[in-house]
Design a protein around this ligand. Structure first.
Ligand SMILES: Cc1cc2nc3c(=O)[nH]c(=O)nc-3n(C[C@H](O)[C@H](O)[C@H](O)COP(=O)(O)OP(=O)(O)OC[C@H]3O[C@@H](n4cnc5c(N)ncnc54)[C@H](O)[C@@H]3O)c2cc1C
Length: 492
């Protein structure tokens, strides 16, 4: 059957869907519709020229959205292979200081503490007291998952197994780094399914479960060529010209496919099923499209707003989303004079909770250390990215550069006294990302099963799929993977 499949939303999920649909259904016609003039969604890489007071200049790459990928996402390795991006990849080896050194900044204290990166480092202070007792006690603690509980928050899970202080210090920091969310709201099964499985495998203990070998999962079918060999010993990676390389290459590829049409600057104003059972998409310019199948790669609350009243779907607005302020900073100093060598640091939830009195900083990435190959002639410059907001209520005063520098001075002044006062940066780039990362709350996986059932039956009858960061996982790997699976549940 010759289908006309329309993909809604040209972020990475939508681009990956169009790419895989055009290969899976070569006889079908694919239309990808994007609201803005640019594909890629939250991915945004920009190269800028900077100059210091002595006239030395450098080219610096700024990321205001995602910046690193993990090599375990096979679906991204597949894109790198098929799109011929191998030579653009830059990697951070597991042996590098950027991979080994990650830090925590404990609120209301000064300086950073190093997270353990080896078994021996767990026994050194301060981890010997902060981490070790909780981890050693966990395997001998009785199983304590309440009967009938099928999901809970990350904080509740970690508090149950490792105690509330561990959960607040390590769990909340981890969640700030990935979801920019409150660990007391985030579903452990949606965000960290392996933790839940370890507890099952270890008869109630996460540590025992981690030590038992896990059943092998099917690796799936990925055309990865020799890219996995290239990724051996790699902690994280990106591209020489930043994450924008990925959507850029996808767009270039799709433009050359005879069965694909890309519509940009084309906001969808509404869509649904009309009398007679036909599906209809209306664009803001008045155009109407009647496809045979639709893949929505839109954020779920956006989808809810676009659906005709008779075509509504369950659970699209149950989960909240985090808003984040991203501050790119470039200093005309060498990095070792500003911060220790490493990937960066995360700041856990303050003991008193989230309030306007806190700095509102979720964490800082030491970009120059992690992916320096993205910049040219930049040895005399240091690039950092500060993330603020998420569960912290923040105002303009929190993102004011002088306020941020004051807090960075406290964070980056440690026993080695990097600097007492942060210097003025030569470049400050501030981006406010509203509702950019969804927070799947407990019960998310069951709700998404119900949503899938609703799509397979009734007026949609297997002709609409809903995918993207709000459904299956927020990492770029999850988004590309959900695009690879697009069309799997279509009913002709
Ligand atoms: C600051 C930040 C840092 C991150 N860091 C990382 C990282 O380092 N590593 C990682 O793996 N992940 C990271 N993530 C997560 C990851 O970037 C996102 O989850 C992912 O990019 C989401 O892609 P998506 O295509 O599902 O959604 P989106 O990128 O939100 O795409 C949705 C698209 O739909 C379009 N759209 C909306 N309304 C309409 C309409 N009415 N009509 C037509 N089109 C419409 C939008 O313009 C957009 O292009 C980060 C996210 C953020 C915000």
């Amino acid at each position: 059957m010759n289908r006309h499949i329309v993909v809604l939303g040209g972020g990475l999920t939508g681009l990956s869907s169009a790419f895989h649909l055009s290969r899976r259904f070569p006889e079908s016609f694919i239309t990808l519709i994007e609201k803005t003039s640019r594909f890629g969604g939250w991915i945004s890489s920009e190269r800028v020229q900077v100059r210091d007071e002595d006239g030395r200049s450098a080219e610096i790459l700024l990321e205001s959205g995602p910046r690193t990928l993990r090599p375990n996402a096979k679906s991204v390795l597949e894109l790198i292979n098929i799109l011929g991006l191998k030579d653009s990849v830059i990697t951070t080896p597991v042996t590098s200081s950027a991979a080994k050194n990650r830090y925590l900044q404990i609120p209301e204290t000064q300086g950073l503490i190093t997270l353990p990166n080896s078994l021996t480092s767990v026994f050194s202070p301060p981890m010997r007291t902060m981490l070790l007792p909780h981890v050693l006690q966990e395997p001998v603690k009785r199983g304590n998952r309440p009967t009938g509980v099928t999901d809970e928050s990350v904080d509740s899970f970690m508090s149950r197994r490792f105690g509330p202080i561990f959960a607040r210090t390590f769990g909340s920091a981890l969640v700030h780094g990935i979801y920019a969310a409150d660990s007391r709201q985030l579903s452990v099964r949606a965000a960290f399914p392996s933790l839940w499985e370890m507890e099952d495998r270890g008869w109630g203990s996460v540590v025992r479960g981690a030590l038992r070998s896990k059943p092998k999962k099917s690796q799936g079918d990925y055309d990865v060529g020799d890219i996995p060999e290239m990724m051996e010993g790699v902690s994280v990676y990106s591209f020489k010209d930043g994450m924008g390389t990925l959507p850029g290459a996808l767009v270039e590829h799709l433009q050359n496919q005879s069965n694909v049409e890309l519509l940009r600057d084309s906001p969808i104003s509404s869509f649904g099923v009309v009398d007679g059972g036909q599906m209809e998409i209306r664009l803001a310019d008045g155009q109407t499209i009647n496809p045979t199948h639709i893949v929505s790669a839109l954020p779920l609350p956006v989808l809810q707003n676009l659906l005709y009243p008779n075509s509504s779907l369950p659970y699209l607005t149950v989960n909240p989303s985090s808003s984040v302020v991203v501050l790119n900073l470039v200093f005309s100093q060498r990095q070792h004079s500003l911060h220790p060598s490493g990937f960066g640091y995360l700041v856990p939830r303050p003991p008193s909770g989230y309030s306007l009195d806190n700095p509102g900083i979720l964490g800082t990435v030491f970009d120059s250390c992690a992916l320096s190959a993205q910049d040219s002639n930049a040895t005399n410059f240091t690039k950092m990215t500060v993330m603020l907001g998420g569960p912290h209520p923040i105002t303009v005063s929190h993102t004011n550069i002088d306020t941020v520098l004051k807090h960075l001075s406290v964070h980056l002044t440690g026993p080695d006294d990097y600097l007492k006062v942060m210097p003025e940066p030569i470049l400050v780039r501030t981006r406010h990302h509203v509702d950019c990362i969804p927070t799947p709350t407990p019960g998310h996986l069951d709700r998404m099963k119900d949503l899938k059932n609703a799509l397979a039956t009734g007026i949609w009858a297997g002709r609409l799929e809903v995918i993207g960061a709000g459904v299956r996982g927020v990492s770029l790997g999850d988004c590309v993977e959900s695009g690879k699976r697009a069309g799997e549940s279509f009913i002709p």
